[in-house]
Design a protein around this ligand. Structure first.
Ligand SMILES: [Mn+2]
Length: 198
């Protein structure tokens, strides 16, 4: 698999953040996360472990303001590396719909690796914060990821009581959905689109 492993890396530096990120779709869940946002580290760890991705993120950001730019820009970088890693998308399944429970919480992620960026989000959390992390940043991360990966992404949190659990279920479901949609289906000849291109 070593020669054909689908992976990408990038360095992105702005006045707000400084990010180095490498992402392997065909990984084994090997994760190294050094960002200034501990809750996001926890969520990215779940995403990569449950998607069997390799993910290495080094991110410094202007968290003296708040976590917003750092979370947003990591979403951008992850989306860009996913898109680059997939190349012409030959042979992929393209679609996935995944439910993941986390105790009392249930999340669903539906993805189409479509080259058509679109994001739908239905989630209402009982708490606006998890520790020092603002739950509104989950939306920020996911929609920038969808935009840059150029995927159609629908994220629904059906129910839950514990905000930490609800967001965990989202990131686990995202990992499993990206894994399934990007997996190679031997029945797929070429690119899975009637247009012939994705
Ligand atoms: Mn947890």
């Amino acid at each position: 698999m070593a020669d054909t492993q689908r992976k990408a890396e990038l360095v992105r530096k702005t006045n707000e953040t400084d990010i180095k990120l490498s992402f392997a779709v065909d990984g084994t869940g090997e994760v190294k996360l050094e960002t200034d946002v501990p809750f996001l580290n926890h969520m990215l760890d779940l995403f990569a472990k449950h998607g069997q991705f390799d993910l290495n993120v080094e991110a410094r950001g202007d968290i003296d303001i708040d976590d917003h730019h750092t979370v947003e820009d990591i979403g951008i970088c992850l989306g860009q590396t996913l898109r680059e890693a997939l190349g012409d998308k030959r042979g992929i399944k393209r679609y996935a719909s995944v439910f993941v429970p986390m105790d009392e919480a249930l999340a669903q992620v539906i993805i189409d690796v479509s080259n058509r960026p679109h994001f739908e989000y239905r989630a209402e959390y009982p708490s606006p914060q998890v520790g020092s992390f603002s739950t509104e940043l989950v939306h920020e991360f996911l929609w920038k990821f969808a935009l840059e990966a150029r995927v159609t992404l629908h994220v629904i949190v059906h129910y839950g009581k514990n905000t930490h659990h609800m967001i965990e279920a989202v990131f686990k479901a995202l990992g499993r959905a990206v894994d399934e949609a990007t997996s190679i289906d031997p029945r797929v000849q070429g690119v899975p689109s009637t247009k012939g291109v994705l």
